[in-house]
Design a protein around this ligand. Sequence first.
Ligand SMILES: *[C@@H]1O[C@H](CO)[C@@H](O)[C@H](O)[C@H]1NC(C)=O
Ligand SMILES: *[C@@H]1O[C@H](CO)[C@@H](O)[C@H](O)[C@H]1NC(C)=O
Ligand SMILES: *[C@@H]1O[C@H](CO)[C@@H](O)[C@H](O)[C@H]1NC(C)=O
Ligand SMILES: *[C@@H]1O[C@H](CO)[C@@H](O)[C@H](O)[C@H]1NC(C)=O
Length: 482
Amino acid sequence: MRAAWSRLLVVAFAAQLAASSPFIEAGIDASVPAPYAMPHAPLARRTTLGRSPRHLRPEDVVAAFPDDGPRIGKRDGVSPPDVGQMATFTGSDPEPTRLGTGFKFLANSNHALDRQNVDNVAPPTTDQGDIVNLKWSMSLSHTRLLKGGWVREQTVTDLPPSKDFAAAEIAMAPFAYRELHWHKVAEWGYVLGGNGRLTAIDEDGKSFISDIRGPTNSSDPDIYYFPPGVPHSIQALEEGLELLLVFPDGDFDALGTTFMLSDWFARTPLEIVAKNLGLNSTAVLGRIPQVDPYILPSTKAPPPLGHADAEAVRSPQGSIAPSHYVFRLAQQNATVAPGGGGWLKVQDSVTNFPVSKDIASALVFVEPNGLREMHWHNNDEWLYIISGTARATAFAGSSSSRTFDFQPGDTAVFPASWGHYVENTSPTEPLIYLEMFKAPKFIDFSATQWLALTPPQIVADLLNISTEVVEGFMKVKPLIIS
Ligand SMILES: *[C@@H]1O[C@H](CO)[C@@H](O)[C@H](O)[C@H]1NC(C)=O
Ligand SMILES: *[C@@H]1O[C@H](CO)[C@@H](O)[C@H](O)[C@H]1NC(C)=O
Ligand SMILES: *[C@@H]1O[C@H](CO)[C@@H](O)[C@H](O)[C@H]1NC(C)=O
Ligand SMILES: *[C@@H]1O[C@H](CO)[C@@H](O)[C@H](O)[C@H]1NC(C)=O
């Protein structure tokens, strides 16, 4: 094992020296923007060009070690030597086989799911132990179709390790509302598409209204945060609105977590509601819905995007600035990864988003074939794949690890302290995802930085590598490696 790793490092180094651009190898001129998917295309172009991802392909390994046995057909999934690479099964359905272990399917399997989860079917030999499932696909969630939109959720019943977070994808047709409501826990939102308008008040009766924008070809979207109890509503504007909502409570559907205004009124004696609102008759309240609509269409278009002020209600107690609850990612400078493989934008209450006391977040952009470095956190990490495809291995200690594959709309959990990496498995598409923590501050620990800042002899003796190799490790966190 150790010998294999040190040889691997040599090959990786040689591959780096060769430094041929994978885009040119793939027959694509690197000076021409690659055909990235919407909606973050130019961001991808801006950061990808001029870099040479250091991707170690199985072919490189075979070429370097021709004695490791004849290459067996691509359909076998893994070309020797087996250094934990993802099985490919090019042109055929994945089989539970890997270089002489396993056996083909004799009966049926769900091949579509197998193809998306090759690391479940033919796991790397480094996987070991009984790690529970850490992934959920929003595509497996029940979708509630409503007049004016839809919603689907991931709660702790879908993904039991997700104790810190539940999430929902929610969409509203043009001008439809997410009705007036509040929660026992905070609500964090990320605009996946379209545009919308938020309203809220705080405990002092100050009023808040702000437009929120989705991603465009040249800018990242808005996020927002409402503290526990702050009542709010959301309205879609001209293009409709799709949001990712994240709540710092895995059991979000439990009784007593979400409260709809219309539901409350329907469940209260009407004469009390009338008296409470200063009405001398219940007559005008006779048409309050008896079932809360959750999402509902509007009867009149609101002022267009950018004109929230035109319908703002002036509060005698004052107003709350949009920037209090809304964080504009487009105005945040990205932290370019020293490892050269992408960038991060971190938001938390200590650094730049004071209101977000219960949630720290990071928007992560990983170049094609890039690697979010091997690291861990002191809180559970909840993640959501916005676009692209990824592979990650969760290391639980005690010689236990398990590898997962991710697609857009997947949520996942890396429990506190578990070591992990996230690799972009596409040679052409960027990977964009969110890392979320139920914490006031984003914190991570880097394996590479740790080794680089430890006396080299200690690391050399442990890993049986030379001190020269150790001295080459980065002393700053690489964050994302090209
Ligand atoms: C955004 O990019 C896509 C493809 O890269 C293109 O089709 C679309 O027209 C662009 N939109 C705008 C508003 O520039
Ligand atoms: C109820 O209030 C309305 C105005 O808000 C008033 O016109 C009406 O006379 C009142 N009715 C009674 C019975 O007090
Ligand atoms: C972003 O970077 C630019 C250029 O370095 C700088 O002028 C600007 O102040 C930065 N913005 C923020 C919000 O830090
Ligand atoms: C370190 O690697 C060398 C060369 O492969 C090997 O001979 C030696 O046994 C290894 N030492 C340990 C402690 O594994």
